[in-house]
Design a protein around this ligand. Structure first.
Ligand code: ZN
Length: 88
């Protein structure tokens, strides 16, 4: 989440979380991407998308995926623009 990123224009419209689903921290990178790659595939069964909520910008209709990464000593808000071409 970039500093100064305006989140109050974003409205939660759904979630990819499945209640009572077993925890899955595996990522899906068949083409050698990583979690930060701009072209990393979006697969709802895999981390972090399986923990993400879907948000829509009230101004332009852009969709975003958001989740909160909780490490041992930090809480990190993460957001990615939803690019339908990357959904697998
Ligand atoms: Zn917008």
């Amino acid at each position: 989440m970039p500093g100064g990123f305006i989140t109050n224009a974003l409205e939660c419209i759904g979630t990819l979380r499945v209640e009572d689903a077993p925890e899955c921290w595996e990522e899906y990178h068949p083409k050698g991407t990583n979690i930060w790659s701009k072209d990393a595939p979006i697969s709802s069964a895999f981390h972090p998308y399986n923990k993400s909520d879907v948000y829509e910008c009230k101004h332009c209709g852009c969709k975003y995926l958001r989740y909160t990464e909780c490490g041992g000593y930090y809480v990190d808000e993460r957001i990615r623009e939803l690019n339908i071409n990357l959904i697998t």
